[in-house]
Design a protein around this ligand. Sequence first.
Ligand code: NAP
Length: 246
Amino acid sequence: MLNDRVAIVTGSTRGIGLIAAKELAKRGATPVITSIEGDLIPGIVEELKEIAPNTVGFEADVTKRDQLQELVKFTMDTFGRIDILVNNAGITKDGLFMRMKPADWELVMQINLTSIFNLTQLVIRPMMKARYGRIVNIASVVGLTGNAGQANYTASKAGLIGFSKTVAREVASRGITVNCVAPGFIQTAMTDKLKPEARDAILSQIPMGSMGQSQDVANAIAFLASDDAAYITGETLSVNGGMYMG
Ligand code: NAP
């Protein structure tokens, strides 16, 4: 159980982040709902309060370090602690490498990787003081395999895995674990954008023969955020229906 744990989940107004925040709440944690789309936050906070009465929300664009600073300050002022950080917010901006625009490379790197450097650095201080922390970073199967048309996205996710291993080594002695969950193809708005041919091609590579659900990923996140995973750090847990068994 995650009783009394305070959990920031970025990008938690929809998709995997929303279901992860709900799962953490069901297991006893208090989620801090955050995303760039402020209008959605109040409704989700109200819904989650039925499971975790102290749930709060905070609008923050993860590409802005000052807004992340405000998010951390708000959480510390409200609860006096941050036990769990789920770095979930992420985007795709696909295109073949030869034609990829530098701006699309930059934006994906900013949202999927630089933001995680920033927020993790801000959160690690209170975690080090408390000598406790669980950081779960959402990578991707394609960060392990590569994927045509996703040079920016795969680089960001592979970078995230290396980053997580390094930070895991640096903070292990302080009771803080840093792990990744690497989802395969999960049914969310991100994958709803796929053309039917691309979807069929992907399904043919998945031994289980179906796309995953956000709940499958949320279960793995909640496990790594729990005390059951206390001796696991620097790990990447695949949730991919057997698509890649690295
Ligand atoms: P999604 O449904 O598109 O949700 C993405 C979330 O990130 C949204 O809440 C969005 O907020 C937030 N976000 C985007 N840009 C942001 C910014 N600048 N600042 C703050 N929040 C921002 O995506 P998903 O499929 O749930 O993906 C979640 C994570 O899993 C991502 O890191 C993704 O790369 C990873 N993943 C997904 C799959 C998959 O098959 N779906 C597979 C592997 C990995 P708004 O709603 O406010 O825009």
